[in-house]
Write a protein that binds this ligand. Sequence first.
Ligand code: IMP
Ligand code: MG
Length: 176
Amino acid sequence: MMAETIHVMHSEEEVAKRIEELGKQISEDYKGRQVHLICVLKGGVFFMCELAKRISVPVSMDFMSVSSYGGGTSSSGVVKIAKDLDEPLEGKDVLVVEDIIDSGRTLSYLLEILFKRHPNSMRLCTLLDKPDRRVREVKVDYTGFEIEDKFVVGYGLDYAQKYRNLPYIGVVEGVE
Ligand code: IMP
Ligand code: MG
């Protein structure tokens, strides 16, 4: 088995502090309303659970899983819904929760699909954003950390399905 070295980019404490701040901000912005969190599996699940705990307005949650066609290291932007949401979005104040926005292809396609389901409102919250990599424009409403163009793991993010469980955000050495 190959040993990979991982350097800490954002520590567990830093991530926890930032999620608490995001939760406060979201709670203020959604005052008097219920927020419907949508988790994009699998990467978004750690972030969404932590974020949900820091939101003080009523929260409901749903999950979906998408895979993008094309393979390779970059996403094609054509998204296949592998697991759809359980609940309709009509009339709901939807907050899509993502682990990372890279080229923006997956998200812009996904948001288009969800928008057709007539939510009352729809916003986007991402733990990480790599703005330098953007190919498709995506309006991000809440960002945990903007990062440079490095391949990161942990807090839901994987490298070949590994490292999702790391409680911090790290950079894998030797991976571009
Ligand atoms: P894109 O924005 O359509 O290019 O694709 C974003 C998806 O690619 C994310 O949801 C992740 O699954 C994956 N991804 C992008 N950058 C990274 C990274 O640095 N580490 C792990 N996964 C990544
Ligand atoms: Mg993802």
